[in-house]
Design a protein around this ligand. Structure first.
Ligand code: ITT
Length: 196
C-alpha cells in the first residue's frame, strides 16, 4: 500500500482548531495520520456555514494529493442579535472582538447563542465530498472569562455547563461537548467504517 494513502490533511491556518482536532485524533485508534496544511482557501459569503465549508473545499480541488478536509465554524447570538455574527464570525472577531459583541448586547438580560461546525471532507478512496456537522447551544456571558480556547470561547456559556465559559474548560472538556466535537464524532464514525 502507498503510505500516502493513510495521510489525511487538515487544511487550516488556525492552529487552535488544528490542536483541538489533533487531540481527538490522538485518542482514537484510527488508521490515518493527521497533517496540517495551510493553503489559501476561498471564503465566499453564503447563508450557511455548511455552504461556506463546501465551497472552501471545492476551492482547493487539485492542490492536495490524497484525502483532505477543512472545517468552518460560526458563532450565532440568536437572542437578541438574530444569529449575528454567524457567517460573518471571522470578520466580526477581527473588527468588534468579544468586547464589541458584549457591548452590543449589554442591555439584554436574556441571551441565547450557539456555535456550528461543518467539517467538509474530500475522501479520495470514494472520490467524494462529504459533510459532518455539529452544534452546541448556550448563552452569552456578561463578562469575558477564561484563558483557554480561542475566538468567542471566553464569552460562551454552554447549557450543559452553564457556570463556565468555553475558555474556562480544558481542551478535553470543551471537546466532549463542543460543536467541533460533535462534528468530529460523526467524521470519526465515517473513517472507521471506511478504513482503507
Ligand atoms: P480556517 O483557516 O480554518 O478557515 P478561521 O480562523 O478562519 O480558520 P473559521 O472561519 O472557522 O476559522 O472561524 C470563524 C471565527 O469563529 C473565527 O474568528 C474563530 O476564531 C471563531 N471560532 C471558530 N471556532 C471557534 C470555537 O470553537 N470557539 C470559539 N471561537 C471559534
Amino acid at each position: 500500500m502507498n503510505m500516502d494513502q493513510n495521510i489525511i490533511y487538515f487544511i487550516t491556518g488556525n492552529i487552535h482548531k488544528y490542536n483541538e482536532i489533533s487531540a481527538f485524533f490522538n485518542k482514537e485508534n484510527l488508521n490515518y495520520v493527521l497533517k496540517q496544511k495551510n493553503i489559501k482557501t476561498i471564503e465566499v459569503q453564503a447563508e450557511s456555514i455548511k455552504e461556506i465549508a463546501l465551497y472552501k473545499l471545492e476551492s482547493i480541488k487539485g492542490q492536495v494529493n490524497g484525502s483532505y478536509f477543512i472545517e468552518d465554524a460560526g458563532f450565532f447570538v440568536d437572542t437578541p442579535l438574530n444569529g449575528f455574527p454567524g457567517v460573518y464570525s471571522s470578520y466580526v472577531m477581527k473588527t468588534l472582538g468579544n468586547k464589541g459583541i458584549l457591548r452590543l448586547i449589554d442591555d439584554f438580560e436574556k441571551t441565547q447563542a450557539h456555535f456550528t461546525s461543518s467539517i467538509a471532507l474530500y475522501f479520495k478512496p470514494l472520490d467524494k465530498n462529504l459533510i459532518f456537522e455539529g452544534d452546541v447551544y448556550g448563552r452569552v456571558s456578561k463578562t469575558i472569562r477564561g484563558s483557554g480556547g480561542f475566538g468567542f470561547d471566553p464569552i460562551f456559556l454552554p447549557n450543559v455547563m452553564p457556570d463556565s465559559t468555553f475558555a474556562e474548560l480544558t481542551t478535553d472538556e470543551k471537546n466532549k461537548i463542543s460543536h467541533r466535537g460533535k462534528a468530529w464524532r460523526k467524521f470519526t464514525k465515517f473513517l472507521k467504517e471506511n478504513t482503507i
